[in-house]
Design a protein around this ligand. Structure first.
Ligand code: AMP
Ligand code: MG
Length: 429
């Protein structure tokens, strides 16, 4: 791990900031300051709402799946040996001695020279070791002519073929997906142990903010960050807790943050994070507890005035007020934090990638990671990435209209028009 003293400083400076950190260094410093943050574990009933929850234990199957050998086709359960050499011109004749339907417990035994009619999914009767498809048979009264041979094990699922009793089927730390839930259900579990969902407090700050259009007056704007951040938290498996809007008043902000830090596992605040006269947040974080402010200013565009703090082991992220900056900094720092709290280690959100050609030159500050929002369109065989030109940190539509992000790394100054670039998809279409 890099020691703090040796973390390199980007060339980019911003007025008022001591220095800007590279994104990756900022995250590393934050994690180091957090120490151990993992949440407690809880036992919960198996249900679809466990989607994206994180397993806190290895899962051992108490049963085998399938629990019994079963037919994989409609046809006849036979001894495979009785069918060897069978063909259209040389049918093998077997006596039908019974019938097993789905849900039936077979009462007959297949002995040499006999067959039992069977339905897909029904248990294989004792003595049989294969199923002949109905299409390869011809029925005459109580006899069946087998027109093609089967090998032992053909057209049936063995007991425990999928899962054997005692198998570890899912590992601790697995993020539960729909098929995992099906498996947990199939092996008959009723409760499992998962990591508690992180409670994340969300607070907006700013004298200009109102909650609704009915409160709008000249020079006021509607707080749109809170709903966005709450939705982001929900999407990532956290529980958002709303602390409303605080005025640009250090006492009011401090009091709300104390409450949020007390009630939640982490807190996201937006607004007031920079170095202007009304930007009280960084100072408040220093006053709230130790170790306080860990990072202030990161070399990204947009979103530089982000700050990361830790107060008595609780993480707090100060997001710049501009909506695009708040969104991107959530992605960069809050997403991996939510995962970290659940003992899942991601340094960034894994996103699907796509290649496209740039419709115009993109310039980017050296030493800064830029997040360019683009729209995708098809032109003949080519996929074109059109840069959204009205793209300030406050232009919310640069996010809503974007299909993908072009992330320009710190060591790249600009990318020429027509270059094929790799993009991260943010919206599917
Ligand atoms: P600040 O980070 O407080 O300097 O705010 C930067 C810009 O973002 C200002 O134009 C604010 O009006 C705007 N802003 C701050 N908070 C919010 C919010 N919760 N929703 C929408 N815009 C905001
Ligand atoms: Mg403000």
């Amino acid at each position: 791990m890099v020691s703090h003293d040796t973390i390199s400083t980007p060339d980019v400076r911003d007025r008022g900031f001591q220095r800007l950190l590279y994104v990756d260094d900022a995250w590393e410093k934050f994690v180091e300051a957090l120490d151990t943050v993992s949440l407690s574990v809880e036992d919960v009933s198996i249900s679809a709402s466990l989607i994206n929850r994180v397993l806190a234990e290895d899962i051992v199957s108490p049963i085998s799946i399938p629990p019994f050998a079963r037919a994989a086709m409609d046809g006849y359960a036979v001894k495979a040996e009785d069918t060897f050499g069978a063909s259209n011109t040389n049918p093998k004749k077997l006596e039908i001695v019974g019938n097993v339907d789905i849900g039936d417990v077979p009462s007959v035994v297949v002995v040499s020279g006999t067959a039992v009619k069977i339905t897909t999914g029904a248990p294989i009767p004792e003595g049989a070791n294969a199923v002949v498809m109905v299409e390869d048979t011809e029925k005459q009264d109580s006899y069946i002519s087998i027109l093609a041979p089967v090998t032992p094990g053909k057209n049936l699922a063995q007991q425990g073929e999928d899962v054997k009793k005692g198998d570890v089927v899912l590992r601790k730390g697995t993020i539960l997906r729909p098929a995992d839930l099906a498996l947990l259900k199939a092996i008959g579990l009723q409760k499992i142990s998962v990591i508690r969902q992180p409670k994340i407090g969300v607070l907006s700050t700013g004298d200009e903010l109102v909650d609704n259009a009915t409160e709008l007056s000249p020079a006021k704007i509607i707080d749109s960050n809170r709903i966005m951040l709450k939705a982001q938290i929900l999407e990532d498996g956290g529980i958002p807790v709303d602390y409303g809007i605080a005025r640009d008043d250090p006492d009011e902000i401090k009091q709300r943050l104390e409450q949020a830090l007390h009630e939640c596992d982490a807190v996201l605040v937006s607004g007031g994070t920079s170095v202007g006269p009304k930007d009280f947040l960084p100072r408040i974080i220093e006053e709230l507890g130790k170790p306080g402010l860990i990072v202030h200013g990161v070399a990204i565009g947009p979103g530089r005035p982000v700050a990361l703090g830790v107060i008595n082991k609780k993480p707090i992220i100060l997001l710049p007020g501009y909506p695009v900056a708040a969104f991107l900094n959530y992605e960069l720092f809050a997403f991996p934090l939510l995962k970290l709290l659940q003992s899942v280690f991601y340094s960034k959100r894994p996103r699907d990638k796509i290649k496209a050609r740039l419709n115009r030159r993109v310039s980017s500050k050296p030493g800064q990671r830029d997040f360019i929002r683009v729209q995708l369109s098809e032109e003949g065989q080519n996929l074109i990435a059109s840069v959204i030109t009205r793209r300030g940190a406050g232009v919310l539509t640069s996010l809503t209209r974007a299909d993908a992000l072009l992330i320009v790394p710190e060591d790249v100054e600009g990318i020429e028009e027509g270059t094929e670039v790799e993009l991260e998809l943010v919206r599917y279409f």
